[in-house]
Write a protein that binds this ligand. Structure first.
Ligand code: SAM
Ligand code: SF4
Length: 342
């Protein structure tokens, strides 16, 4: 049976409230919560054409996600990012966003979201009202055909409408673009110009070998070192001290409000500064995107309550891997990116 917890329960149980520090001295202040592994798109670098998703009955309910969030906040987590799969396809997800949003200023600094944008037009205003102030929207192409090819079933106009609605609602927007050799490498400069014109930030991402997909990843890999060198021919980019809490390093584009971020899991490791753990929709918590190391929190929460969760988190921290080590020719994990999100 599901037990009922809230922040007060966590306080009453007098948890140590000890910060979460792993065996390499890294403090965890950031959690990504995948609310579903399902998605209305099938991006070629993320998913296989035929995917088997988790049974809905195995997912944490919203009350359990909030209970976990409260425990994590009590242990020093300041930022929560909801992700997926596509977080906005989970039914009534806005109820969860609102509950988490009510923790902002009461231990939590921010709630953010990574989305493919297809459902944004319906949710933008409510996201802002819930306290969300910035979102990441994945957009790999501004060409309708190329977008449809990459996502296998996406409609570009639907996503662009969603982005427009989000900007109109007051949400700061960062576009996430996967850099893919032979697919969208010729569009990166154009995407940057598009973001500059709209006051959006842009983060470029190198593809990671997570789960089996039909695409041959080594062929698709594009080093962001090379992309950066190319962009520097056309733009003045100043290295920025800004940190979003995630793994990107940033550059300010002179004469614009745009920041360019680079996420370089392949060409330049960012593991030394890792401050995060990832919770899958079933309550499995992963210490690292590139490893299978995990603890299962759902049954621990249901049967043991917050104190047992606290102990399981300590176990996760003790075993959190030092770094990922990817070989593009073979998946580092059986699970795809939609299980743990980004
Ligand atoms: N569906 C939402 C979206 O697309 O923004 C959220 C989940 S998606 C898994 C989060 C991010 O992970 C997206 O920006 C996507 O481009 C990125 N991603 C997916 N598969 C990846 C892979 N194999 N390597 C690197 N990034 C990946
Ligand atoms: Fe869905 Fe996001 Fe994966 Fe694309 S990257 S298939 S939108 S979860």
């Amino acid at each position: 049976m599901t037990r009922h917890f809230d922040t007060r329960t966590v306080d009453r149980l007098e948890l140590a409230h000890a910060p979460m520090i792993d065996s390499f001295g890294r403090q965890i202040s950031y959690v990504r919560i995948s609310v579903t592994d399902r998605c209305d798109l099938r991006c070629r670098y993320c998913m296989a054409e035929q995917m088997t998703f988790m049974p809905r009955r195995d997912l944490l309910n919203f009350e359990e996600i909030v209970a976990l969030a409260d425990i994590l906040i009590a242990r020093g987590v300041r930022r929560i990012r909801l992700t997926g799969g596509e977080p906005l396809v989970r039914r009534n997800v806005m109820n969860l966003v609102e509950q988490l949003g009510s923790r902002i200023g009461a231990g939590l600094d921010e709630v953010t979201l990574t989305t493919n944008g297809t459902q944004l037009a319906n949710h933008a205003k409510r996201l802002f009202a819930a306290g969300v102030r910035r979102i990441n929207v994945s957009l790999d192409s501004l060409d309708p055909q190329s977008f449809a090819h990459i996502t296998r079933r996406g409609r570009l106009d639907q996503v662009l409408n969603g982005i427009e609605a989000a900007a109109a609602a007051g949400l700061a927007i960062k576009i996430n673009m996967m850099a893919l050799a032979g697919v969208n490498d010729d569009e990166i400069g154009g995407m940057l110009a598009w973001c500059v014109a709209r006051g959006f930030d842009l983060t470029l991402i190198e593809t990671m070998p997570l789960g089996e997909v039909e695409d041959h990843r080594p062929e698709r890999y594009l080093s962001l070192r090379d992309v950066l060198a190319d962009l520097q021919q056309r733009w003045t980019l100043i290295p920025s001290l800004y940190r979003s809490g995630g793994p990107a390093r940033y550059f300010d584009l002179v004469d614009s409000g745009t920041r360019l971020g680079l996420i370089t899991p392949m060409s330049r490791s960012f593991c030394d500064g890792c401050n995060r753990i990832r919770i899958a929709a079933t309550g499995t918590v992963y210490g690292c995107l590139g490893h299978e190391q995990k603890v299962e929190l759902r049954d621990v929460l249901r049967q043991g309550g917050p104190k047992a969760v606290d102990t399981a988190l300590n176990e996760l921290l003790a075993g959190k891997p030092q770094r990922h080590s990817f070989d593009l020719a073979q998946p580092a994990t059986a699970r795809h990116m939609n299980v743990t999100g980004g």
